[in-house]
Structures are given as structure tokens and as C-alpha cells.
Ligand binder design. Structure first.
Ligand code: SAM
Length: 290
């Protein structure tokens, strides 16, 4: 069995041995804390029944722990210079398949069919922070591919994802994620748990995917409204939508928006940041027929 990498000296030795330097352009911050690695795998509830997608295995630190807990692990890594490293660090992990490709260009539905007969997989990852949002939305929009997504991300982004109307961090990202899943903050992780140290705290977030959306709405139209509302979040909704919303060639007057708001018993001076997901869904229905 290769040496476990969850110790700073073990990670340093592997990096030295292969002449590897962490690449900023790929958001490489390698985990060196055993407690955190085990905490992530535990939070994901991985069992031998599971096929797990790991995004960005890096030098294989979390992959080793996932391999021990899961039935199969598919690890997608963009950095081909890590190929010789992973060949060594994962030599005792026969249930791991590493694919060297960009996760954003990966057909997740095909991957799920190929490795798990189309049944939902779990996704577990210490994500590259520079593409956190596109990766999360890609995973969540892929309906019925992932029932549980457990990821390490920047704490500030995790707070935005979990926020409700009561919080200052509430916005389009909170609503986009909460339409697909229930987010749960699991662990806060300080910079000292990584080599190199990131400049910010991190957070492990577990996203429990819904099988059906929690609200009934025309998804495209509702998110066009949400984007327009938060693009100009200091403006009233009536103002923001009458100036910033255009959908399938349609635009809306201030009167249209105020009428729809009054149907929902909402003040005509309300701002988007005060509306829940259910209220945005209701607003999209009211506006659609006006
Ligand atoms: N899992 C390792 C760990 O915890 O030590 C490394 C995590 S590091 C924060 C992010 C990893 O994602 C790096 O290995 C990086 O090369 C990889 N990565 C960055 N962009 C990627 C992409 N578009 N597709 C797949 N992997 C990517």
C-alpha cells in the first residue's frame, strides 16, 4: 500500500519526488489533514454500494480514502502532469479509474451510464475554487445523476449558497443551488490544512439533491427574473424587471410587475432580495400571463 498522503511531510515528499509544483491556474491546494479527509468522506456517507465521482484528485490524497470506502471511484483530473504521481499513489487502489480530462467538458450523463448503469452517483471533491460555480451548476442540472454532492469550496461561496432572505449573502447563487438541492454546511476548514495554503477559509458543503424541484415554475423564465432582480439588487423589483428583464422577445412594464406583485400580496416597492424561491416561482407564473 502506498503511503497515505494526509501528512504534510508525505505530500511534500511526493511533490519533491516528482518535481511537481502546485499549479495556481488549476486551483491546486492539496489537502494534508487526515481528520478533514475522513470528515469529508464520512459526511458524504460513502459506502461500498456507491460509485463516486471525484473531481480533481490532485496527487490522490482523498482518492485513497474514497477508494477504501466506496465500491468504485471515477476521478476526473485536468492536469496530465499528475499521471505518473497517481500511478504510484493509487497503485493499491484497483477500484479507482482516473480520467484525464476537463470536468466542464465531461458528459456526466454518459459517465453515470458507463460506470453506474445510469443509477445516481455520489460526487465528492475538494473543488478548484476558480470554477466552483460552473462545476456545481453542471452537477446539479444533470438531473438524477448525483443524489449527493459533498464539496470543499471557499467559505464565502458556501455562505452565499446557504443564505436565505434574512442574510446579506442571499442572491442568485443561493436560489440557483436551492432550486436543485438542500445545502448543508458540514465543516469549516482553515488554510493550514492545505499545501499551498489558500488565502481564505474553506467550507465543506453537502448538497442533497431533490428528485423533483421544490417549486413549480418555468425554470428558464424564473431564473431570467432572478438574474434581472439581482443584477440590480438595490432597485425595487418593479424597477429592476421593467428595465432589465427580457425573455423570449418579451419585456415587462413597471405596471405589469406591480400588478403581479399585488396578486402575490407583495408591496410594490419590494426588492428581489426579500423574495423566497417560492415567491419567485409565483411571480414568474403571474408575470407569464400578464
Ligand atoms: N483532491 C486533491 C486534494 O484534495 O488534495 C486536489 C484538490 S485541488 C483544490 C483541485 C484539483 O482539481 C486539482 O488537482 C486540479 O488540477 C483539478 N482541476 C482543476 N480544474 C479542473 C478541471 N476543469 N477539470 C478537472 N480537474 C480540474
Amino acid at each position: 500500500m502506498s503511503e497515505l498522503l494526509t501528512k504534510p511531510y508525505a505530500t511534500m515528499r511526493v511533490l519533491d519526488q516528482f518535481g511537481i509544483r502546485a499549479k495556481k491556474k488549476y486551483g491546486q491546494n492539496f489537502l494534508i489533514d487526515e481528520g478533514i479527509v475522513n470528515g469529508i468522506v464520512e459526511a458524504a456517507g460513502v459506502t461500498k454500494e456507491d460509485c463516486v465521482l471525484e473531481i480533481g484528485p490532485g496527487i490522490g490524497t482523498m482518492t485513497q480514502a474514497l477508494s477504501a470506502a466506496a465500491g468504485h471511484v471515477v476521478a476526473v483530473e485536468i492536469d496530465t502532469s499528475l499521471e505518473p504521481v497517481l500511478a504510484v499513489t493509487l497503485d493499491a487502489c484497483p477500484n479507482v479509474t482516473v480520467l484525464f480530462q476537463d470536468i466542464l467538458k465531461t458528459d456526466l450523463s454518459a459517465l453515470c451510464s458507463r460506470f453506474n448503469q445510469g443509477r445516481p452517483m455520489k460526487c465528492v471533491a475538494n473543488l478548484p475554487y476558480y470554477i466552483t460555480t460552473p462545476i456545481l451548476l453542471q452537477l446539479l442540472k444533470q438531473k438524477n445523476c448525483f443524489d449527493n454532492i459533498t464539496v470543499m469550496i471557499q467559505k464565502e461561496v458556501a455562505e452565499r449558497i446557504c443564505a436565505t432572505q434574512e442574510n446579506r449573502e442571499y442572491g442568485a447563487l443561493s436560489l440557483a443551488v436551492q432550486y436543485y438541492a438542500r445545502p448543508e454546511a458540514v465543516l469549516t476548514v482553515p488554510p493550514r490544512c492545505f499545501i499551498p495554503r489558500p488565502g481564505v477559509d474553506s467550507q465543506v458543503l453537502r448538497l442533497n439533491a431533490f428528485t423533483e424541484p421544490p417549486v413549480d415554475a418555468d425554470e428558464e423564465f424564473m431564473f431570467a427574473i432572478i438574474r434581472a432582480a439581482f443584477n440590480q439588487r438595490r432597485k425595487t423589483l418593479a424597477n429592476a424587471l421593467s428595465h432589465g428583464l427580457s425573455f423570449e422577445g418579451r419585456t415587462f412594464t413597471r405596471e405589469d410587475v406591480e400588478k403581479a406583485l399585488s396578486e402575490l400580496s407583495l408591496d410594490k416597492a419590494v426588492r428581489g432580495e426579500k423574495l423566497s424561491l417560492a415567491q419567485f416561482a409565483a411571480l414568474s407564473k403571474a408575470l407569464k400571463v400578464c
